[in-house]
Design a protein around this ligand. Structure first.
Ligand code: PGA
Ligand code: ZN
Length: 415
């Protein structure tokens, strides 16, 4: 238990130059700062990120209402009171009073939840990951397999391919340091290949390249070629995909753009995934169908779950209810955990527990609009998540997460 002594919020800018919220919280014997990331391909069922909507300021993306909510109503309700993580998160949910945190904002509430966790960890003289682990009765830790998003498309790139994220999974290496180094050498190789083929090497939102390739398959061919050019094999470095199919789903059809418009049915998408699983060293397909296309997910899981991970993101939105539905419908065998999809640490941990109880794999994830906060790295270790998505190791906001994992690895004497 910790008594809250002070709480304040301010505006900072995220990796896309959009405003987000930073929280500073002090307890009797500790303190914590937290900032909140923001998505671009946001699921319809996520908790609400409170934005001002005044189009003359940051195109409506200002966060002054969320900040005022923290500085006034939330601070007033919390100051002088004693909480643990669970009671704080429950109290904030109740104070908000809506099912999706739409009154005070999931961004405001999550910021307070994380800043409190940091303060509570300092009160207990524990590293943040150990504190988060203790909330799940976990006292030994493993590091996640990092997934490096080195080719950006979809909503994360102006002229990119349809697949939002084509990630490297360097599974054949021991340490985080080696994995980051290997990913960086693939970035170098991919850069040369793109230049050779006359493609641009501009970067997308998560620090991967965002070329206007002629097809989605070309992206995977290039990644395989880049891996091989580094002298490594596709046994050592696998691929992980986030199709983010909600972003190109309209009126019951999937409208792909790479190399010319192509309208695909659910069955055609399914055939494309079977072909992909057969032709490429892919270990996971995230959001292969739109967020409410349960039949698509169930068919994909039936067909490919013995070969790879079928991952829900917009489908499951870190929401215990939607994860339970997906388990019942056999619509996935893994899910993304993004604390800001649900708006509190306690609920994100419940989502992990629910998914794990069904034998699912857990992918902790940053957002495409990130800050320098490294919370998600500690969360991924504290909950011993199987994977962590934190973008390409080329931009500061992404690199700090991987650096934090290297630090924890040393601290745990894993190297
Ligand atoms: P977002 O994308 O942060 O832009 O929502 C990440 C993802 O879809 O996994
Ligand atoms: Zn996703």
């Amino acid at each position: 238990m910790a008594t809250i002594r002070s709480l304040s919020a301010r505006e900072i800018l995220d990796s896309r130059g959009a405003p987000t919220i930073e929280i500073e919280l002090q307890t009797a014997h500790g303190s914590g700062i937290a900032s909140v990331p923001s998505g671009a391909s946001v699921g319809a069922h996520e908790a609400l990120e409170l934005r001002d909507g005044d189009l003359s300021v940051y195109g409506g993306r200002g966060v002054s209402k969320a900040i005022a909510g923290v500085n006034e109503e939330i601070a007033e309700a919390l100051l002088g009171k004693e909480f643990d993580q669970q009671s704080l998160d429950a109290f904030l949910s109740e104070l908000d009073g809506t099912p999706n945190k739409s009154r005070l904002g999931a961004n405001a509430i999550l910021g307070v939840s994380i800043a409190f966790a940091r303060a509570a960890a300092t009160e207990g003289s524990m590293p943040l990951y150990a504190y988060l682990g203790s909330l799940d009765n976990r006292h030994s830790f493993t590091l996640p397999q990092p997934l490096f998003n080195i080719l950006n498309g979809g909503k994360h790139a102006a002229h990119g391919i349809d697949i939002q994220e084509s990630m490297l999974a360097p599974i054949g290496f021991e340490t985080m340091r080696e994995k980051v180094a290997v990913a960086m050498s693939c970035v170098g190789a991919l850069s040369s290949l793109l230049k050779e083929k006359g493609y641009g090497t501009d970067m997308g939102d998560e620090g991967g390249f965002a070329p206007a390739l002629t097809s989605n398959d070309e992206a995977l061919d290039l990644l395989v070629a880049a891996i091989e050019q580094t002298g490594h094999t596709t046994e050592q470095i696998k691929l992980a995909l986030d199709v983010a199919a909600s972003s190109f789903y309209t009126e019951g059809k999937y409208v792909l753009k790479a190399g010319g418009e192509r309208v695909m049915t659910r069955d055609e998408m399914l055939r494309w995934y079977s072909h992909t699983a057969q032709m490429y060293p892919v270990i996971s397909i995230e959001d292969g169908f739109a967020e409410d296309d349960w039949d698509g997910f169930t068919a994909l899981t039936k067909e490919l779950s013995n070969q790879l991970l079928i991952v829900g993101d917009d489908l499951t939105v870190t929401n215990v209810g939607r994860i339970a539905t997906a388990i019942e419908k056999k619509a996935a065998n893994a899910c993304i955990i993004k604390p800001n999809q649900i708006g509190s640490i306690t609920e994100a941990i419940r989502a992990v527990q629910t998914a794990r109880a069904a034998g699912w794999k857990i992918f902790a994830s940053h957002r495409s609009g990130e800050t320098m906060d490294t919370f998600i790295a500690d969360f991924s270790v504290g909950l011993s998540c199987d994977y962590l998505k934190a973008g390409a190791p080329t931009k500061k906001e992404r690199m700090v997460k991987y650096t934090r994992l290297m630090e924890i690895e040393e601290e745990l004497h894993l190297v």
